[in-house]
Every structure is written in structure tokens, then in C-alpha cells.
Design a protein around this ligand. Structure first.
Ligand SMILES: Cc1cc2nc3c(=O)[nH]c(=O)nc-3n(C[C@H](O)[C@H](O)[C@H](O)COP(=O)(O)OP(=O)(O)OC[C@H]3O[C@@H](n4cnc5c(N)ncnc54)[C@H](O)[C@@H]3O)c2cc1C
Length: 436
């Protein structure tokens, strides 16, 4: 009997737990740990922050959903991990594991810029449920007393889509309320150009995004570093000051403290290096999925930025991890697999939206090209995003990671979550080489 522990019940961890339960015979024990009792569909948080939906509508209580499917549930934060002794610590207990899947998502590096909020600063964020609620309350006050709005991301950020979404949705709401002429909107981004998105741009993303911002009267400051924030101004690297009454700025992401403190587990930012199987290169009992995995940027940019890991990418990582662990335990017979890192993303801008299809998300390092890259716009994208949110929450309620009809639908679009690893790829170090 093996004990598999998964840390984090988010977009990567919860589907991984379901898929492992689906693949492994019941004699293998699966434990899911999370520092919160709730699953949150993070892509909907910009809507929560702008008061367009309620947080409860995009959350699920995890405990009962997983326990009735034979997954042990521990709503406790992991505070320490020893990959040599294969032990994981919470405040209440120590668990031993045969395999661990680290799927904690991002810790927000809010301390990299003085004044970056919301906890100890002046700006808002929509990167976790607590911040989205703070952003919403501040937004309601702002609507009573409007003024300059600054939206964007700071150097080192990797997830730019929600910033564009927030800026254009804010514009939409302000126009609806007849307040737009009282609110100059500035978008500040460390991306070398608008629409780069941390992936070197794709299809006509740059032209589309630039045109949308210009049509909506949003001033865009690209390739721009924010260095400091005071209660009234955002200070740029060239000394320029942007006054603001409301600001939503996305921070850089890093791995959780327990990864940063475990020697040899993560990189300088606490992100976890992985082989194509998503197994750790040094610790064969450690797998990782989601935002906490290390993914090299496709190019060096004048201001450092990271690579976004979108919902479909992290789900595919989880599926690969589940299959590769099942394979190691002899529960299935197949070849090791890797996530394809293809992605479809929907961005809602109120009365229109953009769909991005990147196959794969990162261009080929040699040719600089993707198999496919499509950007489409229209009102229907907003509806698709709502439909997708509801579908994702429904399948998490059903306890099914990727149902057969979803696989079929992806195949019909020429997409797939997983690919077999060619035999020439590096193989994991055998487990007995590195025990203790
Ligand atoms: C505002 C925003 C908007 C986005 N919009 C889109 C979009 O439109 N489309 C898209 O495809 N992607 C979008 N993304 C990206 C997508 O949400 C992420 O790819 C996805 O949530 C990452 O999944 P994850 O499991 O790695 O992290 P998460 O979903 O964050 O889950 C991690 C879980 O681990 C828990 N955890 C953390 N530390 C510990 C610990 N020490 N012990 C125990 N548990 C812990 C956390 O509480 C959390 O529940 C967006 C992201 C954000 C922030």
C-alpha cells in the first residue's frame, strides 16, 4: 500500500486527487491537504473584485466532496516538508508519504515593492479570495468618490490576463454608471509590449489588446517598472509619478515558505523544477503541478517577468502527475506522459472579450513558433467564460477531473492534455538511489 499526499486543493490539486483516486486501487491511500476548507475558481476573482459576482458562487466546500470519494481530507496548512525522510508537517501532525504532489499555487510576493498592497500597502489585488473581497469593498467606496485608476502588474509578475480583464471591465462598469469621464485609466505593465502576456505574444494578441485599450481610452505604459507606491502615487523607475485613487496591481508569484526552506527542493523563488514527468529531478518521491512548478520564460525581457500558468495548463500537469504515479505503482500500464501545455483562455471585458488558443502556450525554443495560435474577439467570449466557470465547478462537484466528453471535445479541436514522453527524454532517478 502506498500513501500519496497532495498539498493544495486548487485548480491543480483537486483534479489530481480525483484522477489518482480514479486510477489507483483502494488499497492505496490518498490524502488531500489544504490551508483552506474551500476550493476557489480563481479565474472568476476579477469579477468578485469588481462586484460582478459573489465569492460564494465560485467556491466549493472540499471536505465532503472528497471524503465520500475515498480521499482523506486534512484542512491544515503544511509548514514543513522533508524530502529526504519523506515527511510533511502541519501544526497538528506529521504525515509520512510514499509520493507527494506539491500543488500549493502561488504565494504572493507583496514585499518586493514598498507600498504594494493590499495587506500592508495601498493597492488592491484579486489573486486570492481574501484580496478579492478587499478589492470589492474598496471598489464600492471608489464608485462613490471616483478619481484616477491605475491597473497593471509590477516587475517579476507572470499572470497578466487578469490585469487586462480588470482594467477593461472597470472601464465597462464606469461607462455603464456614467462615471467614466471622472476616471482617467492608466495601465502599467512590465511586459515589453502590451499583449506579450509573458509568452512572447501570440497571433495578433498585441494588436488586438493595443486597439482595445486605445478604443476604450486607456493609456498604456508598457515596458514600465513600478519601483515604489505611496498612499497617493505610483512611482515609476524613470521617476514619473502616477496619482491614483484606486489601483489594482498584480504582484510576482513565488513558492510557499515550506518549499523555500527545504534545501534543494525549489529554486531561488521557491518554484519547483520538474522533469517532463513532473517529477522532481532530485527527489523521485516528489511531484509538482500548477503555478508552483518552474517554467522557463521563452525570452529575456528588459524588465524581468515570468511565464503564466493558466487553468488548462495546470490541470494537464495534474493529469500527467496522476498517470505517472499510477504507472510507478503498477496500477496502469502505459508510457510516462507529459502535459502538452496547450491552453484555451477566455478574457471577459464586459461587452466583449477575447479567446486565446495557444498550442502550446510557449513557442518552440528553436523555431520560435507554435503549432497553432488563435485570438478571437466578441461578446460570446464573456458568455463562454461564465459557462466554463460553471462547468468546472460542476465537475469538481461530480468528483471527475476530466470527463470523457471533455477529452472528446478537446480532441475535436485538435487539442489534448497529455502526450507520451519519447524514450529519449531524461528519465527519473531510480527511487533507491536517493533514499534518506
Ligand atoms: C486573478 C486570477 C485570474 C485568472 N484568470 C485565469 C483565466 O481567466 N483563465 C485561466 O486559464 N487561468 C486563469 N488564472 C490562472 C489560474 O487560476 C491558475 O492557473 C490556477 O488557479 C493555478 O492552480 P494551482 O492549483 O496551482 O493554484 P491554486 O488554484 O491557487 O490552488 C492552490 C491551493 O493550495 C493551497 N495552499 C497554499 N499553500 C498551502 C500550504 N502551505 N498548505 C496547504 N495548502 C496550501 C491554497 O490555499 C489553494 O487552495 C487566473 C489566476 C488569477 C490569480
Amino acid at each position: 500500500m502506498a500513501h500519496i499526499v497532495i498539498i493544495g486543493a486548487g485548480l491543480a490539486g483537486l483534479p489530481t486527487a480525483y484522477e489518482l483516486r480514479h486510477l489507483l486501487p483502494r488499497q492505496h491511500k490518498i490524502t488531500l491537504l489544504s490551508n483552506t476548507p474551500m476550493f476557489t475558481f480563481l479565474p472568476s476573482l476579477p469579477w468578485v473584485g469588481l462586484g460582478l459576482t459573489h465569492l460564494e458562487k465560485v467556491q466549493l466546500e472540499v471536505g465532503e466532496l472528497v471524503t465520500k470519494r475515498g480521499i482523506e481530507w486534512l484542512p491544515e496548512a503544511v509548514i514543513q516538508l522533508n524530502p529526504y525522510t519523506q515527511e510533511v508537517h502541519t501544526n497538528a501532525q506529521v504525515l509520512e508519504y510514499d509520493y507527494i504532489v506539491i500543488a500549493t499555487g502561488a504565494e504572493l510576493a507583496l514585499d518586493v515593492i514598498s507600498g504594494l498592497g493590499p495587506d500592508n500597502g495601498y493597492t488592491q489585488s484579486v489573486c486570492n479570495p481574501h484580496h478579492a473581497l478587499m478589492a470589492r469593498d474598496t471598489w464600492q467606496n471608489f464608485l462613490q468618490n471616483p478619481g484616477p485608476l491605475v491597473v497593471g502588474a509590477v516587475p517579476g509578475a507572470s499572470c497578466f490576463g487578469p490585469a487586462y480583464e480588470f482594467a477593461l471591465l472597470a472601464d465597462f462598469i464606469l461607462r455603464q454608471r456614467g462615471l467614466r469621464d471622472q476616471v482617467p485609466i492608466t495601465f502599467v505593465t512590465p511586459e515589453p509590449y502590451a499583449g506579450h502576456l509573458g509568452i512572447g505574444g501570440m497571433a495578433n494578441s498585441s494588436q488586438l489588446v493595443t486597439k482595445l485599450m486605445a478604443d476604450r481610452g486607456v493609456e498604456v505604459l508598457e515596458n514600465t517598472a513600478i519601483t515604489r507606491i505611496t498612499s497617493q502615487d505610483i512611482i515609476l523607475a524613470d521617476g514619473h509619478q502616477l496619482p491614483f485613487r484606486y489601483s489594482m496591481l498584480l504582484p510576482p508569484f513565488r513558492g510557499p515558505r515550506f518549499v523555500r526552506e527545504a534545501e534543494g527542493l525549489g529554486d531561488a523563488k521557491g518554484l519547483i523544477p520538474v522533469l517532463p514527468t513532473y517529477q522532481h529531478p532530485t527527489f523521485p518521491s516528489v511531484y509538482s503541478a500548477g503555478v508552483v512548478t518552474q517554467l522557463a520564460p521563452p525570452e529575456v525581457t528588459p524588465i524581468p517577468i515570468g511565464v503564466p500558468k493558466t487553468g488548462q495548463m495546470v490541470e494537464a500537469m495534474g493529469m500527467a502527475v496522476a498517470r505517472n504515479i499510477a504507472l510507478e505503482l503498477g496500477a496502469i500500464s502505459a508510457q510516462p506522459v507529459s502535459p502538452t501545455l496547450e491552453a484555451i483562455c477566455f478574457a471577459d471585458f464586459g461587452d466583449t472579450g477575447l479567446l486565446f488558443l495557444a498550442d502550446p502556450v510557449l513557442p518552440d525554443p528553436e523555431t520560435g513558433k507554435r503549432r497553432r495560435a488563435i485570438t478571437l474577439g466578441g461578446r460570446w467570449v464573456s458568455w463562454m467564460k461564465t459557462a466554463f466557470e460553471q462547468y468546472f465547478l460542476a465537475k469538481m462537484r461530480w468528483g471527475s477531473a476530466v470527463p470523457w466528453f471533455e477529452r472528446l471535445g478537446l480532441r475535436a479541436m485538435g487539442l489534448s492534455l497529455l502526450e507520451t514522453i519519447p524514450p529519449t527524454e531524461p528519465h527519473p532517478i531510480p527511487k533507491d538511489v536517493l533514499s534518506h
